[in-house]
Design a protein around this ligand. Structure first.
Ligand code: ASP
Length: 306
């Protein structure tokens, strides 16, 4: 059996440990396990990296403990607006969507755009219209909002000096045929301006995959990640400098450090199956599973084994 592996993340942030309740932490660990299992099962049975990353991200979008799909952060107007992208490393096809509402799984909309739309990237109402035409699952506003996201939005608009939360979910995979794929999905930053778009749907920004190099999904300060085109930077470091995925991610963390200050988290897998989970934050919800080895899931950066 050929090498196969999946890596996932549920966002990287710098936070005080007291801000993460034991209940939320346990729920996030459980969500990561389930997402990893959903993607791994597909790879294990010989399915495609593309199907695996979509499946893993859908689990995290459906889980209200992550900032994507249900549980997405609210923008300054108190609305959900979601971004996502997916890329197939075997042919460089990709689909992306930003500021979309009502679509239960933005990652599946991104994939449908990739497969059925002459364009790569649809936005807002146009993306929603396309989703309706293609029968994607739609949910009412209350499905996406949770008590936690409403409360956090209230604190932001009431100017309680709250540090806006962000987060994202993503997955990268290598399948048994040697194909790579990447997927990223997010509700963006709490209290962001209506129409603000982060790095997650930007190809080469938060997401990139090419079979001859690696697959990458980013999390962190989207403005910084976009300005550094960091997913593409990691791809280029693997391709042109011959680095492994972990080496490339560590080097990309330091790229123009003075100009690109901010939270950064990367997951990547290269064509040889080396997995990377690198961040400059103290929290990165993450996990991976290589072939039939035991799965690994962690939240705090200093947790062992990666
Ligand atoms: N990168 C995401 C954004 O800027 C947020 C995050 O990953 O925490 O929208």
């Amino acid at each position: 059996m050929k090498k196969y592996a999946i890596v996932i993340h549920g966002g990287a942030v710098t936070m005080d440990p007291s801000e993460l309740s034991p209940e939320t932490e346990a729920a996030q660990r459980e969500g990561l396990q389930q997402a990893l299992q959903a993607g791994w099962e597909i790879l294990h049975q010989g399915g495609s990296a593309l199907d695996a990353v979509e499946a893993a991200v859908r689990v995290l979008e459906d889980d209200e403990h992550f900032n994507a799909g249900r549980g997405s952060s609210l923008n300054l107007q108190g609305e959900v607006q979601m971004d996502a992208s997916i890329m197939d490393g075997s042919n460089l096809k990709a689909g992306a969507v930003d500021t979309v509402r009502y679509v239960k799984n933005p990652i599946s909309l991104a994939r449908t755009i990739m497969e059925k739309c002459p364009h790569v990237y649809l936005s807002a109402d146009g993306a929603l219209e396309f989703a309706l035409q293609h029968g994607l699952e739609i949910e009412a506003v209350h499905y996406f909002e949770t008590e936690k996201t409403r409360q956090e939005w209230l604190e932001i608009v009431q100017e309680q000096e709250k540090v806006p939360q962000k987060d994202t979910v993503g997955a990268v995979a290598l399948d048994q045929d040697g194909n790579l794929a990447a997927a990223t999905s997010t509700g963006g930053i709490e209290g962001q301006l209506k129409g603000r778009v982060g790095d997650s749907p930007v190809l080469g920004g938060g997401t990139y995959a090419a079979n001859e190099s690696c697959a990458v999904s980013c999390t962190g300060d989207g403005e910084v990640i976009m300005r550094g085109a960091l997913a593409h930077e990691i791809y280029a470091l693997v391709k042109y400098k011959g680095l492994s995925a972990p080496e490339a991610c560590r080097e990309a963390l330091e790229l123009r450090a003075e100009d690109l200050k901010g939270d950064k988290g990367f997951i990547a897998i290269d064509k040889d199956g080396n997995v990377a989970l690198e961040t400059n934050c103290n929290v990165m919800r993450r996990g991976y599973r290589i072939g039939e080895e035991e799965p690994f899931v962690a939240i705090w950066t200093d947790e062992a084994a990666d």
